[in-house]
Design a protein around this ligand. Structure first.
Ligand SMILES: *[C@@H]1O[C@H](CO)[C@@H](O)[C@H](O)[C@H]1NC(C)=O
Ligand SMILES: *[C@@H]1O[C@H](CO)[C@@H](O)[C@H](O)[C@H]1NC(C)=O
Ligand SMILES: *[C@@H]1O[C@H](CO)[C@@H](O)[C@H](O)[C@H]1NC(C)=O
Ligand SMILES: *[C@@H]1O[C@H](CO)[C@@H](O)[C@H](O)[C@H]1NC(C)=O
Length: 355
């Protein structure tokens, strides 16, 4: 029986490498997964974008929702909400929901050099065009993904109709000395993990629960939070990849956190008050007893648009693990806003200084 079960598990999770692109169909929802993977190549690098659709007459012309995960996470971090997203897409008037792997994570190509968020946004925009995923966008970012949401909006304002940030990183974050110090700590820890992975000791450490979630490990216990066994297996395989591509990508990203956040801050500063104008914006965030400043900065971030709603929880940072329902209700609130109170001023110009 045990043998039979493990054969079944292997058969269910097996992915067969085809031609030049990997088969990732078993890395998300499991059997019957309706997702489609795109691998657009743009400026020399292939990006993996995983899309889901549930098309009816109600949402056939609706915007595309783009989801960007925290650091160091990628598309599989969103597995806990994908079934609810599929269920609600017609009601939300979202035609597609697409989950990105930033370069070096998941099944995207590794970049030889760190890619600042401003560059990533330009490359994602080009990659979406190559993949034929064009139209209006709703942007969703968890944690670091929130820097992406804001930077993409300021760069391509005409294409963005609404944004959701989930306990997102804000534009003051990189200018705070303790955060700059924290990046050095993350970097040291990640260097240690690379050494351990080379010696084969990282996996047992992670299995014993000693690799904190901040470092990208999705533990098996998450099956009780809506993750499929195959999605956890695939995420763990990516993290433990013996070329260390995941771990080295995390190092690259720590490297660009301060500069990407600071550039976003400068871009906002040039634009003056109300830089997001009346862009529909929902900010779902957590309060922390130990850091009241986080709440202050989250409310400030929401105030960058005059058409925003900030909703506070006590979830902690890992909404995708512990409170996927809050993300789903955030999307309901946002799509409601877009339907009933869309932007009038936002998106009239051509980007950067003219949004
Ligand atoms: C993923 O599943 C395969 C097949 O069961 C197994 O051989 C492999 O060790 C698993 N990987 C991890 C990281 O658990
Ligand atoms: C869905 O969104 C599209 C694009 O914004 C819009 O043209 C259409 O009217 C919307 N459909 C509904 C049912 O609201
Ligand atoms: C697609 O949306 C409809 C609601 O309009 C829902 O009943 C159905 O279950 C959804 N399909 C999936 C695969 O979730
Ligand atoms: C940019 O950073 C400065 C210095 O920390 C801060 O006073 C300002 O409010 C920030 N602006 C934004 C939009 O983050």
């Amino acid at each position: 029986m045990k043998l039979l079960l493990s054969i079944l598990f292997i058969a269910l999770c097996l992915s067969i490498a085809k031609a030049s692109v990997p088969d990732v169909s078993n890395s998300y929802l499991g059997a019957g997964d309706p997702g489609v993977s795109h691998f657009p190549s743009y400026l020399g690098l292939k990006m993996h974008i995983r899309c889901y659709a549930n098309v009816t007459t109600a949402n056939q012309n609706g915007p595309i929702a783009l989801f960007d995960a925290g650091l160091p996470f990628f598309s599989t971090a969103w597995v806990s909400i994908i079934p609810s997203v599929l269920q609600n897409m017609p009601a939300w008037n979202i035609s597609k929901a697409c989950f990105m792997d930033r370069y070096g994570y998941g099944w995207s190509d590794v970049s030889p050099i760190p890619v600042i968020t401003q560059d990533y946004v330009m490359r994602l925009h080009g990659s979406l065009a190559v993949a034929g995923l064009t139209g209006k966008y709703i942007l969703v970012g968890w944690s670091w993904g929130s820097i992406f949401v804001q930077t993409f909006s300021l760069t391509y304002p005409k294409e963005v109709v609404g944004i959701l940030t989930v306990d997102g990183t804000d534009s003051k974050w990189g200018l705070i000395p303790s955060n700059q110090q924290a990046v050095l700590v993350y970097t040291d820890v990640m260097r240690g993990y690379i050494n351990m992975n080379n010696m084969g000791t990282l996996e047992p450490l992670a299995r014993s629960g000693l690799v904190y979630s901040y470092y990208g490990w999705l533990p098996n216990e998450l099956v009780s939070s809506g993750y499929t066994p195959c999605s956890l297996n695939a995420s763990q395989e990516v993290l433990l990849d013996t070329t260390n591509k995941f771990l080295k990508t995390a190092l690259q990203e720590y490297n660009i956190m301060v500069i990407s956040s600071a550039l976003l801050n400068f871009t906002y500063a040039i634009k003056g008050p109300n830089p997001l104008k009346d862009l529909p914006y929902v900010n779902v965030y957590s309060s922390y007893d130990t850091d009241p400043e986080w709440t202050t900065r989250q409310t400030f971030m929401a105030s960058l648009s005059s058409n925003s709603l900030a909703v506070q929880f006590t979830t902690g940072h890992f909404f995708v693990f512990h409170n996927p329902t809050a993300i789903v209700s955030g999307l309901t609130a946002l799509t409601n806003k877009i339907a009933t109170n869309p932007a009038q001023q936002w998106g009239q110009g051509n980007g950067f200084f003219y949004n």
